[in-house]
Design a protein around this ligand. Structure first.
Ligand SMILES: CSC[C@@H](O)[C@@H](O)C(=O)COP(=O)(O)O
Length: 406
C-alpha cells in the first residue's frame, strides 16, 4: 500500500490489488471517509469538486486514475478494448479539471509522451500500456514523498541560517495559507512540510537560540482549506496553532512585534510560507488566492522595520510545480470558481448530539455579481526564497532575478 503512515493519508493506492481510494476532503474535519476512484471520469469529478485538492495530490490522483482506467480496460475483451487514441483524449480531458496547477498537466503529458513512444494511436490499450503508466505513477508518488521531506529539510536550513544572520533569539511564529500538508501531497507536505520539520527539529530543546513556537494558518476564504484542513493537520501533529481570518495577517504581525518589544517571550512572525500551484521561469508564483496579499504584507514589514523584525516570504514546492514553458506570471491561466462558493457556506450542522447532516447557508445578497478566482500570482520581486527538493534553495541574484533552471 502506498502511503506515509505517520501522517494523514489523502491517497491510498493498493499496488498489488490495484485499487485507488481518496480521502473525501470536503468532509474533513468532521468525518473521515474514503471514496473509491475507478476511472479517469471519477478522478475528474473528485478533482473538480475538490474532494482531492492541492497541486501534487491532484497530479498523483490523476496519474493513478489513468492506471485504474487502463486496468479496467485489461479486463475487457479484445474487441471492446480502447484504443490509445481514446485514452489520450481522456487524458487531455482530465487536465481540464483544474487548469492552474501545473503538476496535473505535467503528469498527464508525461504519461501521454511515454505511451506514444511505444504505441501508435490506433493500437489497443494492453498490459504493456498498463505497465508503463503504473510504473510512472508509482514513481511519481514515491518521488513526491521523498521530495517533500527534502523540502522540509531545505526549508529548515534556510530558516535556521536566516535567524542566525539576524541574531534573532527566542520563540518565533509562522503564518501559512491554504493547505499544503499531507492532504495536499503524497505525505508530509510542502509549506506545511517545512513547518512540520521545523517544529520537530527546531524545538525549544534542540540546542538553538530560537525555536518555532506557534503557527497561524489563514482561514483561506472562500473554500476555507486553511480552517478545515490545515488546522486539522496541525492539531493531528500537536503543533500549537491559532486560526486567523485572511484579513488579520497584518494586524497580527504588528501586534506581536509590538508586544515582543516589551516581552521577550512573545513569538513574533518571522516567516510566511506558502505552497505553489505553478512557478514560472522568472519565479512568479500562482498559489491560492490571498498569497499575493501575504507577500505584500511581508514586504511592508521588511521595509518598515529593523533587521531583527524582518519577515521572509517563502514559497515551497517540488520541482514538478515549475513550468519552464511559461516565462512570467502573465502567462498563467487562473481558474475561476462558481459564485456560490463565495455567496454560501456549506457544512454540517453542529448539534449538542454531535455532527449532523450538511446544510448550505447564504451569506451574501442573492444574485449579487461575484468574482471568484481560485488563485493569484505573486510577483517574484516579493518572494525571498523558493524551496524545492534541490539542496540549494533559490534566492534572487543581485539583479533581483531567480535562476530556477539549474
Ligand atoms: C502542496 S499544495 C500547494 C497548493 O496547491 C496549495 O497551496 C493550494 O493553493 C491548493 O489549492 P486548492 O484550490 O485547494 O487545490
Amino acid at each position: 500500500m502506498t502511503g506515509d503512515a505517520k501522517t494523514l493519508q489523502a491517497i491510498k493506492f493498493d499496488r498489488d490489488n490495484i485499487t485507488l481510494d481518496i480521502l473525501d476532503q470536503l468532509l474533513i474535519p468532521y468525518a473521515t471517509k474514503y471514496i473509491s476512484i475507478e476511472s479517469i471520469e471519477d478522478a475528474f469529478q473528485a478533482i473538480k469538486l475538490m474532494q482531492v485538492r492541492g497541486a501534487p495530490a491532484i497530479a498523483i490522483v490523476g496519474a493513478f486514475s489513468i492506471v485504474m482506467e487502463t486496468y479496467s480496460n485489461l479486463k475487457k475483451s479484445q474487441e471492446k478494448s480502447r484504443t490509445i487514441d481514446d485514452l489520450v483524449k481522456s487524458i487531455h480531458y482530465l487536465i481540464t479539471a483544474r487548469p492552474t496547477a501545473v503538476n496535473l498537466s505535467n503528469a498527464c503529458l508525461d504519461i501521454e509522451k511515454l505511451i506514444l513512444k511505444e504505441f501508435k494511436k490506433e493500437d489497443s490499450v494492453d498490459q504493456h500500456t498498463f505497465d508503463i503508466i503504473y510504473q510512472y505513477s508509482v514513481a511519481l508518488y514515491d518521488d513526491d514523498l521523498n521530495n517533500n521531506f527534502k523540502i522540509g529539510d531545505n526549508g529548515l536550513r534556510y530558516i535556521t541560517e536566516t535567524l542566525k544572520a539576524q541574531n534573532f533569539t527566542g520563540p518565533f511564529s509562522i503564518i501559512t495559507i491554504c493547505n499544503t500538508g499531507s492532504l495536499a501531497t503524497s505525505g508530509h507536505g510542502t509549506a506545511l512540510g517545512i513547518i512540520r520539520t521545523v517544529f520537530n527539529k527546531l524545538s525549544k530543546d534542540a540546542g538553538e537560540k530560537f525555536w518555532l513556537d506557534h503557527v497561524y494558518p489563514c482561514e483561506t476564504r472562500p473554500y476555507n482549506q486553511g480552517a478545515r484542513l490545515t488546522t486539522y493537520e496541525l492539531n493531528y501533529e500537536g503543533i500549537p496553532s491559532t486560526l486567523i481570518c485572511d484579513s488579520m495577517a497584518s494586524s497580527l504581525i504588528s501586534t506581536l512585534s509590538k508586544q515582543r518589544k516589551v516581552k521577550n517571550l512573545i513569538a513574533p512572525v518571522k516567516f510566511i510560507i506558502a505552497g505553489a500551484d505553478r512557478i514560472v521561469e522568472n519565479g512568479d508564483t500562482a498559489n491560492k488566492i490571498g498569497t499575493f496579499q501575504l507577500s505584500t504584507i511581508a514586504n511592508y514589514f521588511n521595509s518598515n522595520s529593523d533587521k531583527e523584525s524582518g519577515i521572509k516570504f517563502i514559497i515551497a514546492a517540488p520541482r514538478t510545480t515549475i513550468d519552464f514553458k511559461t516565462k512570467t506570471g502573465d502567462g498563467i491561466i487562473i481558474e475561476e470558481r462558481p459564485s456560490h462558493e463565495l455567496t454560501t457556506l456549506n457544512g454540517p450542522v453542529l448539534t449538542n448530539n454531535g455532527v449532523g447532516g450538511k446544510q448550505t447557508v447564504g451569506i451574501a445578497t442573492p444574485g449579487i455579481d461575484v468574482w471568484n478566482p481560485a488563485f493569484d500570482v505573486t510577483p517574484h520581486e516579493l518572494i525571498d526564497c523558493i524551496v524545492t527538493e534541490d539542496e540549494n534553495v533559490f534566492v534572487k541574484n543581485s539583479k533581483g532575478e531567480f535562476n530556477l533552471n539549474v
